[in-house]
Design a protein around this ligand. Structure first.
Ligand code: DAH
Length: 329
């Protein structure tokens, strides 16, 4: 037996030892190839059989094939063991402890301006006012002309107004919603109009974008006393029963008479907004008979009210978007 077949038993033991030593499916497959692969040592034994005495070929061939098959069976068994171990490790990696406490996502809250705006609109809803909205990009007609603000009025100055291409402006107040809401309808009206307004102004108490609440009521026999009564009730609701209001004679083109109103706050008077009886020309601009109907109107800053209520000293803190500030409110 010149071809090394006499070593077959030893080779088989080596093969089994190599399969046993392999710790991964890949190492196992490599070990198998070293013995049973095309260039493996058992396969070369088989190839050597051709050179044997024909009388021996059958016996040797059978012995080698039987050995080959035993090694292959050992390989299959070992592979099942390694695959099961792989799978067990993978399961362990993916294991999920369902008894661990969950992650609670941090919970946000409404912006202080939104909170106050909702409180304000709720108060007026309870009095039967409904909400009207208008566009933030407005025509000069609605923002100025229809409100009786003449072309040479200072509030039309470039200093205050953001002009937009095409003869539009960013509305400088919510008063244009009065015109939009009243035109083409007939009184009685009870409306409020909250929203964003824009002015070319920026310091600790001014921001180029801020919020106003407009309110107006039109009917027969409406008086300045009605206006004061509504505003007193409103101020008390927002700021508490001890707050005082003060009306100072003022001028607005769209009201006559007009007043600015202040409220008492920790010993000071703070300006809150403007108000007055709607100018007859404004009513006429909306197609309303100003002999028969009168109305009152007012407009105040929502942001300023929020700053007082929450003790925020600088309006920029409201809008710079720093959650560390907003979280404290
Ligand atoms: N539109 C005025 C402003 O922005 C505020 C105002 C004053 C509104 C008097 C009114 C009003 O409705 O009657 O300064």
């Amino acid at each position: 037996m010149p071809t090394g077949v006499e070593n077959l038993g030893q080779l088989e033991s080596q093969a089994r030892a190599a399969l046993e030593a392999a710790q991964s499916v890949q190492a196992l497959t490599e070990a198998r190839a070293r013995f049973l692969g095309r260039k493996g040592s058992i396969s070369s034994l088989l190839r050597g059989i051709g050179a044997l005495d024909p009388a021996e070929r059958g016996r040797v061939g059978q012995a080698v094939n039987a050995s080959k098959q035993r090694i292959d069976e050992h390989f299959q068994a070992r592979r099942r063991v390694l695959e099961a171990a792989d799978q067990a490790r993978a399961m362990e990696r993916q294991a999920l402890d369902v008894t661990l406490p969950g992650l609670v996502p941090p919970r946000g809250h409404l912006h202080p301006v939104t909170l106050i705006e909702r409180e304000m609109t709720q108060f007026f809803s309870n009095l039967g006012f409904s909400i009207e909205l208008g566009p933030e990009v407005e025509t000069e007609y609605y923002n100025f002309e229809a409100l009786n603000i003449p072309a040479d009025h200072p509030s039309r100055d470039m200093q205050d107004t953001f002009f937009v291409e095409g003869g539009h402006v960013l509305r400088t107040h919510t008063s244009p919603v009065q015109i939009r809401a009243m035109s083409g309808r007939q009184p009685p009206f009870r409306f409020i109009a909250p929203g964003r307004v824009f002015r070319h102004d920026s310091d600790a108490t001014h921001y180029p974008m801020f919020h106003q609440l407009e309110g107006f009521l039109v009917d027969e026999r409406v008086t300045f006393g009605d206006l004061k009564g509504v505003l007193y009730a409103f101020a008390h609701q927002l700021m508490g029963p001890e707050v005082k209001l003060r009306f100072r004679a003022h001028f607005f083109p769209f009201t006559e008479p007009s007043a600015e109103m202040d409220f008492s706050w920790r010993g000071d008077w703070l300006e809150w907004g403007g108000c007055g009886m709607i100018h007859p020309r404004v009513l006429e601009n909306c197609g309303i008979d100003s002999e028969r109907y009168q109305g009152f109107a007012f407009g105040m800053g929502i942001d300023r009210t929020a700053m007082l209520r929450f003790g925020i000293p600088n309006i920029h803190l409201l809008f710079d978007g720093d959650v560390r500030v907003l979280e404290q409110i």
